[in-house]
Design a protein around this ligand. Structure first.
Ligand code: FES
Length: 124
């Protein structure tokens, strides 16, 4: 690695939230944006964006549609491939605390699980 190479922080999780899709299908936009704002707040307040976090940082992205299109807002947690439905503001902090921080997904709220295949030649 050259001295000028940029070292990116390690990533522990990437959270994708369908909150304000172009075609309003899975939830009311006001419900979605409230969940998005709560997700940002909780991640920030728990220090999960800290680049010195030993487990890696937690990324979050607001996406247009995750192809579930009902019972939203929909939240998918990578790399676990765990999908939550009806992720209203009251569920954000429990999901982040239990799933991300304590590594205990909340089974009763899981819609489906779709793990990545692990035989990619690019993944160590
Ligand atoms: S509109 Fe939210 S998953 Fe499709």
């Amino acid at each position: 690695m050259s001295e000028s190479a940029i070292v990116q922080p390690q990533i522990s999780h990437h959270l994708l939230l369908c909150a304000t899709p172009t075609k309003v299908k899975c939830c009311d936009p006001s419900t979605g944006i409230a969940s998005w704002n709560e997700l940002k707040r909780v991640i920030r307040e728990l220090g999960l964006e800290n680049t010195k976090r030993p487990e890696g940082i937690v990324l979050r992205s607001k996406v247009d549609c995750l192809r579930v299109c009902e019972r939203g807002p929909i939240l998918v947690v990578w790399p676990d491939g765990i999908w939550y439905t009806e992720v209203t503001t009251d569920k954000i902090e429990p999901i982040v605390q239990q799933h991300i921080v304590q590594q205990q997904p909340i089974q009763k709220w899981i819609h489906k699980t779709t793990p990545f295949k692990t035989n990619s030649p690019l993944v160590e």
